[in-house]
Design a protein around this ligand. Sequence first.
Ligand SMILES: Cc1cc2nc3c(=O)[nH]c(=O)nc-3n(C[C@H](O)[C@H](O)[C@H](O)COP(=O)(O)OP(=O)(O)OC[C@H]3O[C@@H](n4cnc5c(N)ncnc54)[C@H](O)[C@@H]3O)c2cc1C
Length: 610
Amino acid sequence: MAADITESVPQAPWWGWAAAGAGLPEGAARVLRARLGAEIGEPVAPAALDEVELPEPELTAAALEALAGAAGHAAVSQRASDRLRHAAGKHTPDLLRQRAGRPLAAPDAVVTPDTEAAVAAILGVCAAHDIAVVPFGGGTSVVGGVAPLRGGHAAVIALDLGRLDALIALDETDRTATFEAGIRGPALERALAARGFTLGHLPQSHQQATLGGYAATRSAGQASTGYGAIAELITGIRIETPSGRLDLGGRAPASAAGPDLRQLVIGSEGAFGVITRVTVAIRRAPTRKAYGSWAFPSFDAGAAAVRALAQDGGRGDLPEVCRLSDEEETELTLAQSDSGATRTLRRWLGLRGIDTPALLLGVWEGTDGEVRRRRSRAARILRSHGGVPTTERPAAAWDAGRFGAPRLRDELLAVGVMVDTLETAATWSELPETHRAVAEAIRGALAAGPATTGSGAAGSGSGANAGTAAGSAGAPSAVQGHISHMYRDGASLYYTFIAAAEADPIAQYERVKAAANAAILARGATITHHHAVGTEHAALLPAEIGPLGVRALRAVKAELDPAGIMNPGKLLGAPAAANAAAAGGATEPAPEPAPGNPVLDSSPSAASNG
Ligand SMILES: Cc1cc2nc3c(=O)[nH]c(=O)nc-3n(C[C@H](O)[C@H](O)[C@H](O)COP(=O)(O)OP(=O)(O)OC[C@H]3O[C@@H](n4cnc5c(N)ncnc54)[C@H](O)[C@@H]3O)c2cc1C
């Protein structure tokens, strides 16, 4: 149940997800050796704190004093450890730079208010002193959402919401709960569980992510198929902006009073203001889970079956967690286990003509009778679409291990393996082709290898060498995918790519991202289903919502944030003024190159996020 998987709240180190673990599991290491053709080397430790190069803070004494006046002296820190922990999010280029001890930039101070009034006062100080504000929840962004960009302002602070973490109200009649926005996933679920409820929103990052962060990024939990993504769960939201407070929703279950402004705040990524409280729809905590796993002869066949479940099944037939791996992800998962059970499964499927299976996992949550009834109705539909039932074990094993996976990425990066994830979503009619096109684009970019000439080398951050220049052949790779958030009209698509790191792993990453983005846009799919826009996808937003759509959002920002201090460079990209400055060379500092780690090693499917 939600409560029993959210007991621990690891404190992320500044260079990764979790403190050093026990290394790679043997199964993962074996698959990597076999797949990537290399021996696993000794892990390279991240830089020590005193080796880290941090820029000098640029806040004036007057600005510091004013911030302390707004939030309290103890709430304003310029300690290196605090600045470092707020210097980046958690996507692979962030971690590569952090591990190397050469962060791109750091906030000039970290401010941790403990009241909404203090948040409003801080925004006033920042507007008056020309200070950019980066709202900081759990810092788990994988799209550059918390990058400490100044955007042409005199300084930048990270505004950490971590002390705003209270349950404000729980209404059992309305089945809603209101929280301060800085509460993290486990604390939120614990508070609800104490009263017999759950939110059911469990992104793989929930142990560190916050409710405000979920809202700001339009996040989707791993059980979103059953519970709904965060945009469907939020009934009310409050945001403090430099122009004042907006209190939205929460008056009635629905309203025809104009466009739903909550939806303008959900997904605003800190560019309009700071979300300080959120009201969510809650459910009775489930008392039972039921698991089911089915094998299909191909990913396309599995997707057709899931579509039938989503469109023709009855209410509740879709499991809360519904996850279909493609053939590659299924193979890499099975290959990590050489148990008798896995061998038996392969034989059993082989006898039914399924040699390259695509595995569907389902987790139903509810009461005992409910979950069994729902699972057997779903089973009938899946069988009628060619699904071969296996045991409950694969789904139960996935459920038990899913929140350990992010740590694995740290282990992989330590031993010189490039690993990261990316995602999109497509309608059912486009999904099979989109899946193939994006996977092939990623494989092609990895196989192309690094450019041998041109200015894009050595982590310039330009992404200009995206697989176009002549290059040496890339290393062997594994590219796996799954769908995991189902809708009546389509589903998300999620990819994990793994390869030996090149000498410039950030350039390697950018090459892959550029190729995948091009394929996603060419297929007419979305640039992001749940990771959000951040800096990573900001240049692609016009392709998704059109230039007029971007201008409309800019107009909203101009009203709520006239000085443009809120999270510069995220969501809407650089403002026009910053672009002009950039043309004159006064840009944000370019990313430092991460050192190459030529040693190959590490682990596949388990490192997959989301
Ligand atoms: C290992 C891993 C697994 C992940 N799995 C998933 C997944 O399953 N599903 C999913 O949706 N995402 C996933 N993510 C992405 C990320 O965790 C989500 O985007 C999450 O919602 C971010 O929450 P946060 O509190 O960490 O926000 P942060 O990373 O701190 O911030 C994200 C963005 O929101 C802004 N922001 C944060 N708080 C506020 C606030 N109170 N007011 C205004 N703006 C704010 C920030 O400025 C930034 O632009 C994963 C990330 C990692 C590293």
